[in-house]
Design a protein around this ligand. Structure first.
Ligand code: ADP
Length: 674
């Protein structure tokens, strides 16, 4: 018997999907929840879902979600007994964990010592070495003389990887391909490490050229019990960030799974771990695996583990943190079926994954079922702001086999409907349906290697989609005009404007629709046959007889006798047609109105996200060409190049390399050429 008391109220020191996900479990367990929020999040989903919410400051996270004192204060004033930190923000912050203890609040996570032990890469490796956990061959000693480091590298053979021991987020790593490059490479790596972390201590590792990233979910309670909940394969990464994760790892044998599981438990025990943790390994082509790091929190990708084990890991966290023993023993845990997770982001894969911001003007996720789960923190109408990680949702699917789960994933991605911001959904679809992914040819270089198939543009031939989009436009315009006419005769109503519509003849209108970089001129003429009205749509030498009506977001149509329907998202000039085989995007090209863009060319270029200035590539007064790189920012482990929107002159620069930049802040001022 354990003497534990479950919390009655917890505070969630996070936002977005993970805050919502934690609230769901807490609610199911009858635990009251307290949310915290910043200015940007005052109407956020996690705030409405929680029983109570406390305002903790301005939008930039360093003024709100990262301020330990404010979070602790919020817990104290609301009487929350425990704080769940989610992932990111304060989740791996030893000082925050210590402050919780000082204030008699339970930190739902590991003890301070475990967080600290994993803080330095070389210290972590030393601990793991003592615990007999396999490490990537390498050197992580104190003697930092070049001779010693080089001898270690020469000894293990090239390529090697130099890593800053204080590094993180994929930074401060450098590959060295031969002995001749060593001296120069070391100097560069040390410079980088000094400027990023203020510490140039290096470790040397054998660089594995085709590893897989396989991680083990572990769980430990405060009663000396530890289990592993199997593995996740997170090999599909872009710049060391996970894109699609799955469980179990394709090709994993029971024997290797057990070895890795035991190694992970050893790692956790070596640092007195409690709660949920993940031990990340590199798995080499020959089946050898090596400890990489331990993440001392719940991972983004934990749902795939939940779906194959039937366990709720947040519930486990709450039970363990309140002093209960682990809900299951190792023998009671088993893998059932296969799960995949795709991270749906507001970002532009064709522009170096630049984070996208804007209003989610249309948002319809696939319907959830035992096969499809959507973890999200946003609803239709919400803004994806510059302040936080632009994740829209995690789409998780489950089925009995990998093959079936992949089919579920493809279907669910095709059904995921987002308009208003650019997303990576098409990219994920291409990835998840690509032959090498289907064949599980996984390693951490997957995306680079298969670049050509994953990034290909939409090359599907258009069939009836152009007349559908045109019919939709003409019908919705007629409907709006009717509504407005019923209400008012306002001559300034946008529905009375005709600038987008050139009238050719009495009933004919001409519009230009762009699809996949091609403009199509479409002429629509209203026709009557007796009491029946229909539209004749002319595109090049093709003509279509069209009839239809709009009901909410759906267009019901009859085009040349073919009847069906399409779901439509319409946002200013953008029209997205959702058909069973995916989305077709169109842009209505408006005639040049002469004064349009009057001030578009002047003023500033704003930072697309919170981040750090990495490099400034131009000087004030420089003339630049359209798309010329101007500055490089870094955020969420990734570098983003901000390019000139048109030819023009950079008139002033406001940031230096190394400066922190708030999302939305003016980076430079720019004057476009006439
Ligand atoms: P960080 O803490 O900066 O994220 P990690 O040590 O966790 O750095 O490594 C991040 C990624 O870098 C891994 O997921 C893997 O893709 C790659 N990586 C790290 N070490 C090696 C290695 N020795 N050989 C090959 N790739 C590596």
């Amino acid at each position: 018997m354990t003497t534990s008391t479950m919390f009655t109220k917890i505070l969630i020191a996070n936002r977005g999907e993970i805050a919502c996900r934690i609230i769901k479990t807490a609610r199911r367990m009858g635990i009251h929840t307290v949310a915290v929020y910043s200015d940007a999040d005052k109407n956020a989903l996690h705030v409405t879902m929680a029983d109570e919410a406390v305002y903790i400051g301005a939008s930039p996270s360093r003024d709100s979600y990262l301020v330990a004192e404010k979070v602790i204060e919020a817990a104290k004033t609301t009487g929350a007994q425990a704080i769940h930190p989610g992932y990111g923000f304060l989740s791996e912050n030893a000082d925050f964990c210590r402050m919780c203890a000082e204030n008699d609040i339970t930190f739902i996570g590991p003890p301070v010592g475990a967080i600290e032990a994993m803080g330095s890469k070389s210290a972590a490796k030393s601990i793991m070495e003592k615990a007999n956990v396999p490490l990537v061959p390498g050197y992580h000693g104190d003697d930092q003389s070049e001779a010693v480091l080089k001898k270690a590298a020469d000894g293990m053979g090239y390529p090697v990887l130099l890593k800053a021991t204080a590094g993180g987020g994929g930074k401060g790593m450098r590959q060295i391909w031969s002995s001749d490059e060593f001296t120069e490479g070391l100097a560069a790596a040390k410079r980088e490490a000094t400027s990023s972390f203020g510490d140039d201590t290096m470790l040397v590792e054998k660089y594995l050229t085709q590893p897989r990233h396989v991680e083990i979910q572990v769980f430990c309670d405060n009663h000396d019990n530890a289990v592993y909940l199997f593995e996740r394969d997170c090999s599909v990464q872009r710049r060391h960030q996970k894109v699609i994760e799955e469980a179990p790892a394709p090709g994993m044998t029971d024997e290797l799974r057990d070895q890795m599981g035991q190694a992970a438990i050893q790692s956790a025990k070596a640092i007195g771990y409690q709660g949920a943790g993940t031990v990340e390994f590199l798995l080499d082509v020959d089946g050898s695996f090596y400890f990489m790091e331990m993440n001392t929190r719940l991972q983004v990708e934990h749902p795939v583990t939940e779906l194959i084990t039937g366990q709720d890991l947040v519930e486990w966290q709450l039970r363990v943190a309140s002093g209960e023993t682990l809900p299951k023993t190792q023998a009671e845990l088993a893998i059932k079926g296969h799960a995949l997770e795709a991270r749906i982001y507001a970002e532009d894969p064709d522009n170096d994954f630049l984070p996208a911001t804007g209003k989610l003007s249309f948002l319809v996720p696939p319907i959830e079922s035992e096969h499809v789960r959507v973890d999200t923190g946003v609803r239709q109408g919400d803004e994806v702001s510059v302040y936080y990680d632009p994740m829209i949702a995690k789409l998780i699917v489950w089925d009995e086999s990998r093959e079936k789960a992949l089919q579920r994933m493809a279907k669910a991605l095709a059904e995921y409907r987002v308009s208003g911001v650019t997303t990576n959904i098409d990219f994920l679809y291409n990835l998840a349906t690509s032959a090498p992914f289907v064949n599980a040819e996984l390693d951490t270089g997957f995306i680079e290697k298969h670049n050509d198939i994953i990034f290909h543009k939409d090359q599907r031939a258009l069939a009836n989609e152009l007349p559908m989009a045109a019919l939709y436009l003409v019908l919705s315009r007629a409907e709006q005009a009717k509504k407005v006419a019923a209400k008012t005769n306002d001559p300034f109503s946008p529905w009375n404007a005709t600038n987008a519509w050139r009238m050719n003849e009495a009933n004919a209108q001409s519009i230009v629709l762009n699809h996949s970089d091609t403009d199509y001129e479409v002429v629509i003429e209203q026709q009557r046959q007796g009491s029946d009205s229909y539209y004749l749509v002319q595109i090049g030498d093709q003509s279509y007889d069209c009839q239809g009506n709009i009901d909410r977001n759906a267009l019901y149509f009859n085009i040349n006798g073919y009847r069906s329907c399409a779901q439509i998202a319409h946002n200013e000039q953008q029209i997205s047609l959702y058909r069973p085989d995916g989305v077709f995007n169109f842009n209505q090209v408006l005639p040049d109105l002469g004064d349009a863009g009057e001030d578009a060319g002047h003023g500033g270029l704003a930072a697309p996200m919170n981040g750090t200035m990495v490099d400034v590539l131009v000087s004030a007064g420089d003339k630049v060409e359209k798309d010329q790189p101007l500055v490089i920012m870094e955020a969420m482990k990734m570098e983003h190049t901000i390019k000139a929107p048109s030819a023009g002159v950079v008139t002033a620069l406001f940031y230096q390399p190394g400066d922190m930049v708030d999302g939305g802040a003016e980076l430079l001022s720019f004057e476009a050429d006439e």
